[in-house]
Design a protein around this ligand. Structure first.
Ligand SMILES: Nc1nc2c(c(=O)[nH]1)N[C@H]1C(S)=C(S)[C@@H](COP(=O)(O)OP(=O)(O)OC[C@H]3O[C@@H](n4cnc5c(=O)[nH]c(N)nc54)[C@H](O)[C@@H]3O)O[C@H]1N2
Ligand SMILES: Nc1nc2c(c(=O)[nH]1)N[C@H]1C(S)=C(S)[C@@H](COP(=O)(O)OP(=O)(O)OC[C@H]3O[C@@H](n4cnc5c(=O)[nH]c(N)nc54)[C@H](O)[C@@H]3O)O[C@H]1N2
Ligand SMILES: [Mo]
Length: 840
């Protein structure tokens, strides 16, 4: 066993392995100072909640408090490993400032109240509006961080009970494009690939995905391959010099907002060289001819100019991708939070389709998720989809759903696609939505153009309910605040990006009167008196397992089939990949292995959309493509972003994450090791741009767009010229003065971002805006406090103290002797086998 400072070394110790070999086990754990493993009263099964990787872990409990976590050696996802947020983030659960009682606004201020008072108020306001205005007055805005059981219950209440079409999640900001791209290409949501593809791939391409910082354990898997025999080539498409870029064989640092041009250039090279699988195309795909025509207009010389990347680098990337024998791709926010998000993400699918690289070990595409439970928001229909990947414009699907819920078909709104979040905020602005129920998300920091969002949420005519675990910036604007229990304090399941379902069990009691989100939703349903067609209660369960059993029936026969799962089975086996049914009792490692897709018109989740306008296609238009079981290739031309830099605003502003924080930091800033690793906001600029403006490390700058301004210290980093980067983690809850910046510059990146979205997925654009900088104050010799271990690594490292956690951040790593790890079977013969128990 060794002790490692996992702030200084986020990915821990290497355990190298070769292609097709099992990924060795390494069990990571971190316990509160002074607690040893033998002191722990019990270990409770769960998985990590601060990213989408789904790392399986056990929660250590002592004296009825969480005292630490330990990775699960036998789980297929992480083989025991944990990332820094997993190791330290749980400490936030016991923060003294957790919400413990409901709050109700009285005379302009939030005051404590009992549950009955608060819930009566919420239910009576909803009823009033239903009587006055009907269901369209009510909107729900939920999360990618609750549990499956909670989303399914919420979807039933909203779609089946209240009958509103205004239901979405923060998944709109996160993985709406992942879902849209999967629907466009494969006619249905659901990841074709599996994490085990990383064990087999000879080329791994990451598109707008800083996996090293955002899925640290998955990146550890890549690092272990890179350290082993016959390592894969890595391709990175990202304007910043991320840790992924540093490890890459080819790094394409394209100009922000040019992803579609870049993809068209790669496809052009691939097709021109004949690196295509004609047989796969003719047997399993429609639409190739149009792609061929379209990308014909994008020779690499032209693309190199649009993207400002070297022609040779483009050629080399295309050659690696085009000649890969086992190609694995991942896509995330650098592609998704852009003006042509779906069009770009679909081109990654297209590469796999033209190369016939799907459904075999090492040949997977992961249209990534970000949040731990985003997959479930989508599956359960709590986010602008309908439960079970049902098609809102297929009446047979609505009838089936109505049958399961025992409601009238007409009670489930399906006159148009469910309203997306950006449109919901517009309806609130205009005054047609009068009641907004927010759960598990913090829009006052995470949505674009915050001044606008604060003014919408602050309106008197809008009744805002916020269900959270802390008094977030959004909660501070609410009419009623409901204190929730969180991970470790409630039971439920969730599904990671490669379809692995984990059970997370209650380990300790929630603080004060805080209640699980499920219980609060059930209470709301009862107070509204929601009934089914026969007058019985609409929601037929009262606990998580009951909700899961209900969901199993709703998912039966659908692509995301959970009918073969149960809490007991998940307890026994750990993570299992859906679909899991009678035919596949152990789950399914790869879908579409036989080249058959869910695309027949009567089964598909969506008839697709126009790539440029986003307009939904009619069933007739869809049939004309003749997809009957085949995948659909959709081509797209490139358009420049809507707000390009110019004279007054000369920079491209892009925003995103750092390894040590999660979103609006409500949890990570309450974990001391993580807070200290990245204590305050910074802005990144290239060395060339800094020199030409006579700026240096640590200078205090004001960054502005037409919408607002932010004050931050400068980190001179490896970002490409002409681009600024701001992390979006820093809001106002831990600043004196509360929820907003007042008149001066703020510190939230979203003061600056634009109210605009991808036409297909409706995902807002966080990755491009035109910005300028002004010097406020020279640094003297004080550098910015940005981490040095990540993309924000300084170009002059000697001038900046290295990021480290010291003894407070020492975690244990246990690497079993060679041979022991092999008890986790190699996946990859296409067949899924369950891991053996108890490797540690
Ligand atoms: N540490 C940490 N991990 C997390 C989270 C977190 O908050 N912190 N959040 C989780 C969630 S919800 C999500 S969605 C994921 C997000 O995970 P990622 O998508 O990996 O994270 P981001 O930093 O948002 O963006 C990824 C990269 O896109 C690049 N980029 C910006 N503009 C462009 C462009 O125009 N083209 C290209 N090709 N790239 C561009 C940025 O430089 C950045 O490095 O992370 C998950 N994991
Ligand atoms: N500029 C910019 N903006 C972005 C992004 C970007 O890259 N750049 N990324 C976008 C993306 S991908 C995402 S996912 C969003 C994330 O944006 P948000 O969802 O707004 O961010 P979080 O901080 O995760 O907010 C989750 C809230 O839920 C609370 N919470 C945690 N656990 C529980 C629970 O069990 N129950 C309840 N009821 N509440 C709980 C937390 O305290 C917190 O207030 O931000 C988006 N915004
Ligand atoms: Mo996200």
């Amino acid at each position: 066993m060794s002790r490692v400072d996992r702030i200084a070394e986020p990915w821990g110790t290497r355990t190298p392995y070769g292609p097709g070999e099992p990924w060795p086990v390494r069990v990571d754990s971190f316990l509160r100072e002074g607690v040893r493993e033998e002191d722990v009263d019990r270990w409770v099964r769960s998985a990590s909640i601060l990213h989408s990787n789904g790392d399986a872990l056990d929660i250590a409990v002592k004296d009825e408090r969480v005292v630490g976590v330990r990775g699960r050696a036998e789980d297929r996802v992480n083989h025991g490993r944990l990332g820094p947020k997993d190791l330290y983030g749980w400490q936030a659960n016991h923060s003294p400032d957790r919400l413990t009682r409901p709050l109700v606004r009285e005379g302009g201020r939030l005051a404590e109240a009992g549950w009955d008072t608060a819930m009566d108020l919420v239910a009576s306001r909803a009823k009033e509006l239903l009587d006055e205005q009907g269901p369209s007055a009510i909107g729900f805005y939920t999360s990618g961080q609750l549990f499956l059981e909670e989303y399914y219950t919420l979807a039933l209440i909203a779609h089946g009970g209240i009958g509103t079409n205004h239901v979405d999640g923060n998944t709109r900001l996160c993985t709406a494009t992942a879902a849209a791209a999967l629907k466009e290409s494969f006619a249905c949501d659901g990841q074709p690939g599996s994490y085990t593809d990383l064990d087999h791939a000879d080329v791994i391409a990451l598109y707008g995905h800083n996996m090293a910082e955002t899925q640290t354990v998955l990146w550890t898997r890549v690092l272990d391959r890179l350290a082993g025999p016959n390592p894969p080539a890595v391709i990175c498409v990202d304007p910043r010099e991320t840790p992924v870029a540093r490890a890459a064989t080819v790094h394409l640092a394209n100009r922000p907002g040019t992803n579609v041009a870049l993809m068209n250039g790669l496809l052009h090279e691939i097709i021109e060289h004949g690196w295509i699988d004609e047989r796969y195309l003719s047997d399993h795909v429609v639409g190739f001819e149009e792609l061929e025509r379209r990308v014909g207009e994008y020779p690499v010389e032209r693309v190199a100019k649009i993207c400002d990347v070297p022609v040779d680098a483009l050629r080399e990337a295309a050659r690696l991708i085009g000649t890969a024998r086992r190609l694995m791709s991942t896509v995330l926010q650098g592609f998704y939070q852009a003006h042509q998000a779906t069009a770009a993400a679909v081109q990654v699918n297209n590469i796999h389709l033209v190369r016939g690289m799907l459904g075999r070990p090492g040949c997977g595409v992961l249209q990534m998720n970000g949040q731990p439970t985003a997959q479930n928001t989508r599956e359960c229909g709590a986010d602008g989809d309908l439960p079970g990947f049902r098609n809102w414009s297929n009446d047979a699907h609505i009838q089936e759903l109505a049958g399961i819920w025992n409601v009238d078909t007409l009670d489930i709104p399906h006159y148009s696609p469910p309203t997306h979040a950006m449109q919901m905020f517009r309806y609130m602005e205009e005054g047609s939505i009068r009641f907004l129920y927010v759960s598990g998300t913090n829009p006052a920091v995470s949505l674009p153009e915050l001044r606008r969002i604060r003014s919408i949420l602050g309106q008197d005519r809008l009744f805002v309910v916020v269900q959270d675990i802390f008094l977030s910036e959004t909660a501070q604007l609410a009419d009623v605040v409901l204190p929730a229990a969180t991970w470790g304090e409630k039971t439920g399941t969730f599904t990671n990006v490669d379809r692995t379902v984990h059970l997370s069990e209650k380990a300790v009691e929630p603080p004060g009167e805080a209640r699980p989100d499920l219980d609060i939703f059930l209470d709301f349903a009862h107070r509204l008196g929601l009934k089914d067609r026969d007058g019985a209660p609409l929601v037929k369960w009262s606990d998580p397992e009951g909700a899961f059993e209900g969901w199993k029936e709703c998912s039966r026969g659908r692509p995301c089939d959970y009918s073969g799962l149960s809490y007991d089975k998940l307890r026994e086996h750990g993570g299992i990949q859906w679909p899991c049914d009678e035919e596949h009792p152990d789950g399914t490692e790869r879908i579409y292995a036989d080249g058959a897709f869910w695309s027949a018109p009567q089964v598909c989740e969506s008839y697709g959309r126009d790539m440029i306008t986003g307009a939904p296609l009619s069933p007739t238009e869809y049939r004309a493509l003749n997809p009957e079981g085949k995948a659909v290739i959709k081509a797209a031309e490139f358009f420049p972003p809507h707000e390009p830099p110019g004279e007054d605003f000369p920079f491209w502003l892009t925003t995103g994450r750092t390894l040590y924080h999660f979103h609006t930091r409500t949890k990570t800033a309450r974990a001391p090791q993580l807070r200290r690793a990245a204590p305050e906001v910074w802005v990144e600029m290239s060395e060339g741009d800094a020199e030409s403006r006579d700026l240096g490390e640590g200078d205090l700058l004001e960054i502005a767009t037409v919408r607002g301004s932010v004050r931050a210290r400068l980190r001179v980093s490896g970002i490409r010229d002409g681009v600024l980067f701001l992390p979006f983690h820093y809001g106002y809850w831990d600043e004196p003065g509360g929820h907003g910046p007042g008149d001066g510059p703020g510190r939230a990146a979203n003061e600056l971002t634009i109210t605009d979205w991808d036409p297909v997925s409706k995902q807002p654009i966080f990755k491009t805006a035109a910005a300028r900088v002004a010097l406020l104050e020279r640094a003297g010799r004080v550098p910015s406090k940005a981490p040095t271990t990540t993309a924000s690594r300084p170009v002059a490292p000697s001038a900046v103290p290295a990021t480290a956690g010291g003894s407070a951040a020492e975690a244990d790593e246990r690497i079993p002797p060679a041979g022991a790890g092999e008890r986790i079977p190699p996946a990859g013969d296409g067949e899924r086998r369950l891991p053996a128990e108890g490797v540690s």
